[in-house]
Write a protein that binds this ligand. Structure first.
Ligand SMILES: [Mg+2]
Length: 173
């Protein structure tokens, strides 16, 4: 069950204490795209997110969008934000995440993943041993595959709640 327990849980990408991540030795942040940076069905990057990423880059973080969405969707965002990206990441499978660590030459202890799903974002991060940060999804309007994942996620949430490990909307860091 602990393979689904995030290291940190926050409301959104804007409420995370990034200086704390810096002091923990995190150098690279992987962002899920859908329902983490923008609503799942939105293909419109926001200025607010751009400002966040610009600030984080100035702090010295490497920012990479790590999404299961295809290249044509990712491209709009990486271009607008001026960040790197990996599409069709295959989360929760670890192949592309391991490849990324190798390519950019980061140790697992130097990388954090931020996402809205226990079954994909948190799970893949835990498997590889990087820091995992769960945030609440931006919208509940989701593709059918995600709805399917949410069904299992709700069960995991219940399990974590029953064991006093994680409660919805009860944030920690
Ligand atoms: Mg997502």
């Amino acid at each position: 069950m602990k393979e689904y327990l995030p290291d940190m849980y926050q409301k959104s990408i804007y409420t995370i204490d990034y200086s704390k991540l810096l002091s923990k030795g995190i150098k690279c942040i992987l962002y899920d795209l859908d329902n983490t940076i923008v609503a799942s069905k939105s293909s419109q990057p926001t200025e607010k997110a751009k400002d966040l990423f610009t600030g984080l880059k100035q702090k010295g973080f490497k920012i990479i969008i790590f999404t299961n969405s295809p290249k044509f969707r990712l491209k709009t965002f990486t271009e607008y934000f001026g960040v790197d990206g990996v599409s069709s990441a295959g989360k929760p499978f670890t192949r592309k995440l391991k490849k990324l660590l190798f390519k950019y030459n980061y140790k697992p202890s130097e990388v954090a993943i931020i996402g809205d799903q226990l079954m994909t974002d948190v799970k893949v991060g835990k498997k590889v041993g990087i820091t995992t940060i769960l945030i609440n999804p931006i919208s509940d309007d989701e593709i059918i595959f995600t709805k399917f994942n949410r069904f299992f996620e709700n069960k995991k949430f219940k399990e974590l709640e029953n064991n006093n490990l994680l409660y919805k909307d009860s944030y920690y860091e």
